[in-house]
Design a protein around this ligand. Structure first.
Ligand code: 0A1
Ligand code: ZN
Length: 868
């Protein structure tokens, strides 16, 4: 414990400090080895740390160990108690004279009282850790930065009855019972790692065991650890883990490197999951799945997240980040890898569509709003705020573009080079790009702008054709919008896949071509184009940009039925729908005929995969339509979308019924069955939109008779937007059926928060008082408050009740869990996009948040930047 004789230099900053990328300095001290000894107790855990420290870069500097929130009990240097340390902004500063020393500290922490879920905390009786990005400093004093790599030995002692299972990183080496009902276990991790990858778990856990034989013939023992009652829902995750291990060997040549690989699921977790070396810790929603409680999307997400965390073993753990500005080095690449894995498990085209849909729903708004930042940011106040769609999903698009430019063979050679050159080190985004250049034989100088310039580029494309001469001219120009701190932008390298089709014959007129647009404007000429060409551009979404083309509704409808690239086909339909909806929102009405014709044609094309059809016929989300408008009128967007939905439903009723009554079989999680279920649910939604007399009955029958959660929740969702009496009954039945299952109750909250009904804001305010609602569980907070924030119509109700509700919840949540609170703020930051009345209301709430005494750095950064 610090006593009064120690200098405590902790200035009270009026504004939290800003950390700049340009301030990076190599560590003054390295820590090759560390031993940790935990005496675990939920109320008071003792942590003894023994650090072997070696002087690093700068001579003469004291040892600076980060810390936060713990009680310091003692400090020893080379075995001798010392007193000449100081505390500076929670860091423990120890003057050291030599080149190498042993530093020992003892601290006490209180896991049960830890509601922010960083460091060591308790989740339903399980003790677990979360250290990324800066949680390790809440466990013990340490240079808590990713470029300090240490070998860890961990000893844990705990009450054996309450905590029969003790897990940590690496391999178990020893353990035993003590006299007093306690027991101990020791784990060693031979691979040097940064502190953010440290993990331990203590609890009463059951295991689903598996094994995997690696490509060099080593056997790895796998374990998925959960509460006994959840064991039956872990097979899918275990299966996904084995598939991931095999996939990384086949596609990237990466083999697993320890003898055990453990995953633990906990109910309280700030993010999705965490890639701690050899001991992944997961939010239970990304592990637990069975047909009765998990939808097909949940199943896909479980597999995707299991793969993501597993892939981090190479892209993140074996090669980590030099500093947190390089976060996308591991996250962008790993998302790209998990997207590839998921694409290989089913329909690659549908996976690409889903990924682009989610990029547009989450990353495009970020790039166009007050929190826009480059994939490699220049500064931050709180690093937790930078686990964003830009770092993750746009980061993955950057890797995808490099893969496109290099082609598959050279890309694989480049990743091989990267893994070889940087194994065991803390690297930078620049290091990765240099490998792409070296092995790919390309110059990516200008491409690097993707890492430093924020904002979504816009590409204007016009195609002219001289009927007589057969020459087609494609004019392309690019523009990158200004973003906070970046008023001027340079032209970027945009890899655009392009092909021309004949408007009359429907035949391709050219091969697919990869155009690297790297000038502000360029003109491409195609000769011998004998009929009027229609432009297919950005095929496969080869660049994460917005395309503005002058293609007519008829041309878009044509492409939606004829393009040979499934993504481009989907995209043409989306653009056609979007143009129609934007016209409807602005003018109060629109011509729906082209959309109805195109959707009808897609529904009746027997050659198409039902999963693709389900995606293609879905209307763009309200938020995405709003993003196209100069000033958002949420009611106008809603009304235009409903009008089109109703019209589509009514005009194509026969086809929706046919799709709804299509082939059915008992539940199986196969790509084909998933697609059929999805299409049925989409069809049911359109039938309900028409107000068809039997729609309520159809939906309720599906809800009641379902043998799986996809059908049950799909029907509930359809009912949730209606006035049918069956809606109330279904929610009631659902609640009681799943009262004991927190993950399914999250769906109950979320489905209501996403309802398009006019009374949703009032319902949500009331639900926050429900006995099953709590802000302390991040999943529950996200299910209600997070979902409500993206419900454009309800959240933006003109009287501001939605804005006030969100601000109230964020302020309350900030005291419990600042990270989760800050994550939910962005909907308020859209104030510039709305009319003056709504803008003023939103700003008022942001100002109220910023003025709240004792606000966290996390929420302060998000709210204050949103006001700028
Ligand atoms: N690295 C993890 C994400 C993650 C980040 C921070 C966390 O702290 C609460 C937790 C998880 C991943 O990419 O999966
Ligand atoms: Zn990750």
């Amino acid at each position: 414990m610090p006593d009064a004789t120690h200098a405590i230099a902790t200035p009270a900053p009026s504004q939290p400090a800003v950390i700049h990328r340009s301030d990076y300095r190599p560590p003054a001290w390295m820590v090759p080895d560390v031993s940790l000894d935990f005496d675990l107790d939920p109320d008071a855990t003792r942590v003894r740390a023994k650090l072997d420290v070696r002087r690093g870069s700068a001579a003469g500097e004291p040892l600076r160990l980060d810390g936060a929130g713990q009680t310091l009990l003692s400090v020893h240097v080379d075995g001798v108690a010392v007193n000449d340390w100081t505390l500076d902004n929670d860091a423990l500063v120890i003057p050291l004279s030599g080149e190498a020393h042993t530093v020992e500290t003892e601290v006490e922490i209180a896991p049960e009282a830890n509601s922010q879920l960083m460091g060591l905390y308790a989740s339903s009786g399980i003790l677990c850790t979360q250290c990324e990005a800066e949680g390790f400093r809440r466990i013990t004093y340490f240079p808590d930065r990713p470029d300090v790599l240490a070998r860890y030995r961990v000893r844990m002692t705990a009450d054996k009855a309450r905590f029969p299972i003790l897990l940590a990183n690496g391999d178990p080496v020893d353990g035993g019972d003590l006299d007093d009902g306690r027991h101990w276990a020791e784990w060693h991790d031979p691979y040097p790692k940064p502190s953010y990858l440290f993990a331990l778990v203590a609890g009463d856990l059951a295991v689903n065991r598996g094994s995997f034989t690696t490509m060099s013939g080593r056997e790895v023992v796998l374990g998925i650890w959960v509460r006994e009652g959840d064991l039956a829902r872990t097979d899918h995750a275990l299966h996904a883990l084995k598939l991931s291990m095999a996939w990384d060997e086949q596609v990237y040549g990466r083999e697993y490197d320890l003898d055990v690989f453990n995953i633990v699921a906990v109910d309280d977790f700030n993010f999705g999951a965490m890639e701690n070396k050899g001991l992944n810790i997961f939010n239970s929603r990304y592990i637990l799945a069975d047909p009765d409680t998990a939808t097909d999307i949940d199943y896909d997400n479980v597999a995707g997240v299991v793969a993501h965390e597993y892939f981090h073993n190479w892209s993140g753990n074996r090669i980590t980040c030099r500093d947190w500005f390089q976060l996308s080095l591991k996250e962008g690449f790993t998302v790209y890898r998990d997207q590839g894995f998921s694409a290989d498990q089913g329909s690659a085209a549908v996976k690409r569509i889903e990924d682009v849909r989610s990029l547009r729903a989450s990353q495009f708004p970020e790039d166009g709003g007050p929190l826009a930042h480059p994939v490699r940011p220049e500064s931050f106040i709180e690093i937790s705020n930078f686990y964003t769609a830009t770092i993750y999903n746009k980061g993955a698009e950057l890797i995808r573009m490099m893969a496109t430019i290099l082609g598959p063979q050279r890309f694989r050679a480049a990743t091989d080079l990267y893994f070889e050159r940087f194994d065991g080190t803390a690297a930078t985004c620049e290091d990765f790009v240099a490998c792409m250049e070296d092995a790919g034989g390309v110059d990516l100088s200008q491409f690097r702008l993707w890492y430093s310039q924020a904002g979504t580029p816009r590409v204007a494309a016009t195609l002219d054709h001289q009927a007589g001469g057969g020459r087609a001219t494609l004019r392309l120009s690019q523009q990158v919008p200004a973003t906070p701190g970046q008023p001027e932008k340079h032209a970027m390298v945009l890899p655009l896949k392009i092909r021309l089709f004949g408007a009359e014959t429907g035949r391709p007129l050219t091969d697919e071509q990869l155009v690297l647009l790297d000038q502000p404007a360029e003109t491409l000429v195609f000769e011998a184009i004998s009929e009027r060409p229609v432009l297919s551009i950005n095929r496969g979404f080869s660049a994460p940009v917005v395309i503005e083309s002058d293609r007519s509704p008829a041309d878009l409808a044509f492409l939606s039925g004829h393009d040979d690239d499934p993504f481009a086909r989907y995209e043409a339909m989306q653009q056609l729908m979007l143009d129609t909806l934007v016209a409807g929102a602005i003018e109060g009405q629109a011509d729906h005929r082209a959309v109805i014709g195109a959707v009808g044609a897609t529904l009746s094309d027997p050659s198409l995969d039902p999963a693709f059809v389900a995606e293609a016929v879905l209307l763009p989300a309200e938020g995405f339509i709003a993003d196209q408008l100069a000033t958002v009128d949420p009611e106008a967007v809603f009304t235009a979308r409903e009008a089109l939905r109703r019209d589509l439903g009514a005009q194509l009723e026969g086809q929706w019924r046919e799709a709804y009554d299509g082939p059915r079989a008992p539940y199986a999680y196969t790509p084909r069955d998933k697609g059929l279920r999805r299409l049925r649910n989409v069809a049911l939604g359109y039938l309900a939109a028409t107000g068809a007399e039997d729609a309520a009955k159809l939906a309720f029958t599906q809800f009641a008779a379902a043998d799986n959660m996809t059908d049950r929740q799909g029907a509930l969702q359809v009912l949730s937007n209606t006035d049918f009496d069956e809606r109330v009954a279904a929610f009631d039945i659902f609640f009681h059926r799943y009262a004991d299952n927190p993950l399914v109750l999250d769906k109950w909250f979320q489905t209501q928060a996403l309802s398009s009904r006019a009374d949703t804001a009032d319902v949500v305010v009331e639900l926050a008082q429900h006995r099953a609602f709590s802000l302390t569980n991040p999943n529950r907070a996200r299910a209600l408050v997070g979902a409500f924030g993206v419900n454009q119509r309800a959240f933006n109700r003109a009287d501001g009740v939605g804005y006030r509700f969100l601000a109230d919840q964020l302020i309350a949540l900030d005291r419990i869990n600042p990270q989760t609170s800050a994550k939910l703020l962005p909907p308020l930051g859209r104030w510039r996009r709305f009319d003056p009345a709504r803008s003023a209301l939103m700003r008022g709430e942001l100002e109220r948040i910023v003025a709240t005494p004792g606000l966290s750095k996390d929420l302060f950064e998000q709210a204050s930047k949103s006001l700028e």
